[in-house]
Structures are given as structure tokens and as C-alpha cells.
Design a protein around this ligand. Structure first.
Ligand code: PSU
Ligand code: MN
Length: 301
């Protein structure tokens, strides 16, 4: 086993016995939500995975160790850490070499999950092509990771602050299948549906597991992106969010926010503009994704 990895005992046991395991990311904890909602969300999401009979493995870097599964104390401490790094493929090893602490993005969590032998991973929404990327060139490393690392990523689609059609184009170019769960339209993170059709649709966890196995059998590298709509009782309709997204993007442009700061800034603006409603929906969609991920992991096991 890799010398930088600390696999928590419950996760190691589940993997050894071939029981279902679900990886969970931690940038959503360190950069995506404010304290104390971030800690409550991280705890709830693990509980949802356990209720479904799977073992949760929250992945993060703590003092230079790549943790595959956190204890409850480690999870709460991470949620309170000030100045945690936001770690992607480019800087995951930097944090290990320098003894730093950080949340892992979708890209870094996929990479770590694959190292540990975990095939299913739940997040909120993936990073993608930002609005205005034709001048900023801001395209998330999550897309490249999906193209190279064989993990099923269960999301509510790309975060709706992004340019969703351009994100779908890049995923198609890079050979990443995007599968809407149980509907034809792409979900749009806080909203169950968007105006854009999803490239593929599957209706059961078993069908998703079968698709993943068929890709493996053909030797096709890379992951599958599952786009799972937020339950309609928890959603904020697309037209309402579109107005807030435009305002948040305008604020980011005026303030000259760039690089890793863009996504956390936009999510923070959305929280303010919706009076907290975006955070409630974000927590609900992550739980919903964790539930589906656990069922897919069970179908694979
Ligand atoms: N999903 C959420 N909130 C988040 C994220 C996902 O509900 O904060 C994080 C993920 O870790 C994702 C990252 O990888 O946002 C994207 O960052 P960027 O656009 O800088 O690549
Ligand atoms: Mn970016």
C-alpha cells in the first residue's frame, strides 16, 4: 500500500471483505460551506451512506497524510481548520510533501479513491467550464480527472454557476459518459432539471453498475459522471437560480476573482443572494447523491 495513505480501519475492513464503500470529498467541507453547516453536512452524509449498508470514506489531507476515511474528531477538526488548502491533481502531492492540511476536490478525491481501490464517489456538483472561459481559460481539473481515472462520480451535475453546455462539450470530447439518473434532462445542481438534455440516461443503480463494468471490460479508461437530480421538494427552480447566478458572476468579474477562488466565491455569493436557501438545497443534494452512490456501490459489490 502507498506510504502516504492512511486507510481508516472500517474502510480497510470493508474493502478487504468486498463490501460496498463510498468515497466522499472534503473541499465541500473546507471551501464549499460555512461552519458549522459544513460539519453537520459531513456527518449527515456519512450517516446516509451507513444507513444504506455501505461504509463511508471521507477523503482529505491532514498534516501531510492522505486520509481515506476520517474519525468523527478528524472530520470536525477539518471543518474548523482555517487556511486549509484546496487540493487538486496539481497540488495533492505538494500538501503531502510539505505536511499541510487540505480539502480534496473532485479531481484529487477521485485520484485518492482509485489508489485505495474505491470505485464509487459522491459529491455535490463537479467543477467544469466557467462562464467566460473563452477569455479566462478557467476549466476545472475535475474534467480531465474524469477522463483518466476509473471512478463513478455521483453528482447533481456540474455546479449551475458554470457554463453547463460547454462543460458537456468538454466531457464528450474527453470521452466521459454523462448519465442522468431517472430523467432525460441534465439536472442543474440546486435545480432538478435544466433546459439541456443529458447525453445518456439510466434508471437504476444496477444499470449504472452494469455500464461501469462494460466500460472496464472494454479497457476504456476514465470515470462515469452520474447526474442525479435533487429531489423536487428540496430544489430551487432553474429560472429563479439563473437570476442569482448572473448576479454572482457579475460580482466575481467586477472584483477580479480568479483561479481556485472562483468557485468558493460564487458559492458564497449564492448563499448571500438566496438568503441561505442555496446552502439548504446544497446539503439536500449531497445527501441524495450519497444515497444513490451507496446503492451503486452495493450493486457493484
Ligand atoms: N460540490 C459542492 N460544493 C463544492 C464542490 C463540489 O456542492 O464546493 C467543490 C468540489 O470539490 C469541486 C470543486 O471539485 O468544488 C471545483 O472547484 P474548481 O471549480 O476550482 O475546480
Ligand atoms: Mn478553476
Amino acid at each position: 500500500m502507498n506510504a502516504h495513505l492512511d486507510i481508516a480501519a472500517p474502510v480497510a475492513e470493508a474493502l478487504a471483505e468486498g463490501r460496498p464503500v463510498v468515497a466522499l470529498e472534503s473541499t465541500i467541507v473546507t471551501h464549499g460551506m460555512p461552519w458549522p453547516e459544513n460539519a453537520a453536512m459531513a456527518e449527515r452524509v456519512e450517516a446516509v451512506v451507513r444507513t444504506e449498508g455501505a461504509t463511508p470514506a471521507t477523503i482529505a489531507v491532514v498534516d501531510g497524510r492522505l486520509k481515506i476515511g476520517l474519525t468523527a474528531d478528524e472530520r470536525v477538526a477539518l471543518a474548523q481548520t482555517k487556511g486549509a488548502m484546496k487540493l487538486s491533481r496539481a497540488d495533492l502531492a505538494f500538501a503531502l510533501a510539505e505536511g499541510r492540511t487540505g480539502g480534496t476536490t473532485v479531481a484529487a478525491t477521485m485520484l485518492a479513491a482509485a489508489l485505495a481501490g474505491i470505485e464509487v464517489f459522491a459529491t455535490g456538483g463537479i467543477g467544469g467550464v466557467h462562464k467566460g472561459a473563452e477569455t479566462s481559460f478557467d476549466v476545472s481539473a475535475d474534467l480531465d480527472e474524469l477522463a483518466r481515472t476509473g471512478v463513478i462520480v455521483v453528482s447533481a451535475g456540474a455546479k449551475a454557476i458554470l457554463d453547463v453546455p460547454k462543460t458537456l462539450e468538454i466531457l464528450e470530447t474527453r470521452g466521459v459518459p454523462v448519465v442522468a439518473f431517472g430523467q432525460d434532462a441534465m439536472p442543474a445542481f440546486w435545480s432538478a432539471a435544466s433546459p439541456w438534455p443529458a447525453p445518456l440516461r439510466l434508471d437504476t443503480p444496477r444499470a449504472i453498475a452494469r455500464f461501469h463494468k462494460a466500460r472496464e471490460a472494454l479497457g476504456i479508461a476514465g470515470g462515469v459522471l452520474v447526474a442525479n437530480p435533487i429531489p423536487e421538494t428540496d430544489e430551487i427552480p432553474f429560472d429563479i437560480m439563473a437570476v442569482h447566478i448572473a448576479a454572482a458572476q457579475k460580482a466575481a468579474d467586477e472584483k477580479g476573482v480568479t483561479g481556485k477562488a472562483v468557485t468558493p466565491f460564487l458559492l458564497g455569493e449564492m448563499l448571500r443572494l438566496t438568503g441561505g436557501a442555496s446552502l439548504k438545497a446544497n446539503i439536500a443534494l449531497v445527501e441524495n447523491n450519497a444515497r444513490l452512490a451507496a446503492r451503486i456501490a452495493a450493486a457493484l459489490a
